[in-house]
Design a protein around this ligand. Structure first.
Ligand code: TPP
Length: 664
């Protein structure tokens, strides 16, 4: 048992590391760590299952600091409990370039940082994926191997963000009772008291969303412990609304927005030292307190070794599968499965929409890769994300493989990131391409974190037809291509769809978006080629006939058919024309110069056809290249009308190319 005095001194170690680090950096947020130190101390000293020396132990409890601006809370805890890569030097280098202690916690910078937080609302929404991932793997591997909690610390800001409602209603619906969220209920955000902008009864809100929710005094260790104990026995996820004072201990600034996001200043810190009777200089932790914290960091080693012996005793096949899934490696026969499937496609030459091609590929993939977890934001029948292997996950059956995310695109993308980060799972989830706007902040974080979440975006152009311009993506391909470390695939037929899926699954450190059509498309890859031609991002699909190419037409997805039509017309008029398929810009731009030059070629006239905006195409076609696509929003009409109306046809493309040929 930790005495009250010991608890206070351990919590104060967090407070002083935080205020001193923020002071030294002359930037950062001391208020949250000072206010939430008691919560964190109770959680880490009495409940959290972890082993600081083995931070990746798969069955550890997860702690997610959703209020990422309070990053010094997490960094202090990692240092105090003895995570090897979180040294006192890192704490002293808080917010400095190249340090592990970035302004907001960044996944991959230091072990113990489970996810990147900072954009408010993301962490709590990731946590739904973490908690769901735990249940899914528990169903697959049993209590002996998978049995842990997901704890979250969220602030007022996280709860004000709309995404939080998507997350909590999904968690409540799925009865993720091992998800425990602390709300740092300090009534302060940046502008001042939260009451300036919000008067939600959060406990009632969570209860209405299917949660167990309770109020506690966030500075009373026994009350906090009691609440956690109760939460761990709940059959619902739990909100612990912990009343705290932001900047607790700062003599004049505590309880105000002055302590939220700026250094306290020497005088205020001196006052806090007096208040807490803390004599140690900055960055020095009294040895008895440091030892007590280090003992906390080691305490989980026993549980970890017990877990390891259970793993060692597990049936070899099951153990191998558990280890493989956690390593992120695909099953050994995966390439062979895809090769066989491509052979079948070359024989069948299906004329289907690429959303259907994607479903067909998934049917094969889900049969071979048991760790895929599908889903859709209420567009299952349109996104074609469900296959014979994937039945709905429900509160009574986590052993299935499909998440009905509901109409919650943003929550879906964030939960998918949580599933990925948990480990052992490859999530994919769908909505309409246009609604990537609703999911984008989480998609961007997947890219920033470098994780394998796979977004299945159907209805990828005006080709969706009658639903009209509200649903027709125009700028979305360009907008997604603008995100660093994000693979945007736009396959042209079933073979390309299979290849793009293979690449997305292989990309362990890059998320992918597959842009897929509603409308049927002909097979354009009619011969089996062992090589994944999409791997280099662009390749010559049809060569010029009758001499050097005068025209090269580049296209993606549904516009490949149009490009091939234009090529036929141009060839008919005596202009040798080649067609290049560009299923993935990002992969193409990664190729060496020789390959890029070879694919771009030296044709006098370069044309790109894509039913979206031009942005992003100039490096391929040049600023003087011809772009056949959209310049504004779409319209409501049939697909045939729309492509004609917007001038995206083989005739239009051939005419423009010919005019340019004659002009030269
Ligand atoms: C999506 C998003 N919007 C805005 C911000 C900027 N921001 C950082 S902290 C904060 C206020 C958060 O208040 P609260 O959660 O109560 O934190 P506390 O003041 O208790 O530290 C804001 C608006 C952000 N980080 N993320």
């Amino acid at each position: 048992m930790v005495s009250r005095e010991q608890h206070d001194r351990m919590a104060n170690a967090i407070r002083f590391l935080s205020m001193d680090a923020v002071e030294k950096a002359n930037s950062g947020h001391p208020g949250l760590p000072m206010g939430a130190a008691d919560i964190a101390t109770v959680l880490f000293t009495r409940f959290l299952k972890f082993d600081a020396k083995n931070p990746h132990w798969p069955d550890r409890d997860r702690f997610i600091l959703s209020a990422g601006h309070g990053s010094m809370l997490l960094y202090s805890l990692l240092y105090l409990t003895g995570y090897e890569d979180m040294t006192i030097e890192e704490i002293k280098n808080f917010r400095q370039l190249g340090s592990r202690t970035a302004g907001h916690p960044e996944y991959g910078h230091a072990s113990g940082i489970e996810t990147t937080t900072g954009p408010l609302g993301q962490g709590i929404s990731n946590s739904v994926g973490f908690a769901l991932g735990e249940r899914i793997l528990n169903a697959a591997f049993g209590n002996d191997l998978v049995d842990h909690y997901t704890y979250v610390l969220a602030g007022d800001g996280c709860l004000m963000e709309g995404i939080s409602q998507e997350a909590i209603s999904l968690a409540g619906h799925l009865k993720l009772n091992k998800l425990i969220v602390f709300w740092d209920n300090n009534n302060i955000s940046i502008d001042g008291p939260v009451t300036l902008a919000d008067s939600t009864d959060q406990v009632a809100r969570f209860q209405a969303s299917g949660w167990n929710a309770m109020h506690v005094d966030g500075h009373d260790p026994e009350a906090i412990a009691y609440a956690i104990e109760a939460a761990r026995h709940s059959d619902k996820p739990t909100l612990i609304a912990a009343k705290t004072t932001i900047g607790f201990g700062a003599p004049t600034k505590a309880g105000t927005n002055k302590v939220h996001g700026s250094p306290l200043g020497a005088e205020e810190i001196a006052g806090a030292r007096k208040f807490f009777n803390w004599e140690a200089p900055a960055f020095e932790i009294p040895s008895d307190i440091l030892s007590a914290w280090r003992a906390v960091g080691e305490a989980g080693a026993k549980k970890r070794t017990e877990w390891e012996s259970r793993l060692a005793k597990t049936d070899a096949k099951q153990r191998g599968e558990f280890e493989r899934r956690n390593s992120g490696k695909l099953p050994q026969d995966f390439d062979a499965v895809i090769a066989d499937y491509k052979k079948k496609l070359a024989a069948d030459k299906p004329k289907v929409a690429t959303r259907k091609s994607s479903e067909m590929a998934l049917e094969v993939i889900n049969g071979a890769v048991p760790e895929t977890i599908g889903g859709s934001a209420d567009l299952t029948g349109s996104n074609n994300t469900k296959t014979s292997q994937t039945k709905a996950i429900t509160p009574n059956d986590y052993g299935q493989r499909y998440v009905h995310y509901g109409v919650r695109e943003h929550g879906m993308a964030a939960a998918m990131n949580g599933l990925t980060l948990h480990g052992g799972i490859i999530p994919y989830g769908g909505t309409f391409m246009c609604f990537t706007d609703y999911a984008r902040p989480a998609m961007r974080l997947a890219s920033l974190m470098g994780i394998r979440s796979i977004f299945v975006m159907t209805h990828d152009s005006i080709g969706l037809g009658e639903d009209g311009p509200t649903h027709q993506p125009v700028e979305h391909l360009a907008a997604l291509r603008a995100i660093p470390n994000h693979l945007v695939f736009r396959p042209a037929d079933a073979t390309e769809a299979a290849e793009c899926w293979q690449l997305a699954l292989e990309s362990e450190k890059t998320p992918s978006t597959l842009a897929l059509t509603r409308q049927n498309l002909p097979a354009v890859r009619t011969e089996y080629v062992a090589e994944n031609l999409c791997r280099k991002g662009a390749y010559e699909l049809a060569a010029a006939e009758g001499g050097e190419a005068a025209v090269t037409i580049f296209a993606t997805g549904s516009e490949i058919e149009i490009a091939l039509g234009a090529r036929t017309l141009l060839q008919g008029h005596g202009h040798p024309t080649r067609v290049v398929s560009v299923p993935c810009f990002e992969l193409f731009f990664k190729q060496d110069q020789a390959y890029r030059e070879k694919i771009i070629g030296k044709a006098k006239v370069k044309v790109a056809i894509e039913a979206g905006i031009r942005q992003g195409w100039d490096p391929i076609i040049g600023t003087d290249g011809i772009f056949v696509g959209m310049t504004g929003f779409g319209a409501s009409g049939t697909i045939e009308q729309l492509y004609k109306h917007f001038g995206i046809t083989a005739e239009d493309a051939a005419k423009a190319a010919e005019a340019r040929l004659h002009a030269k």
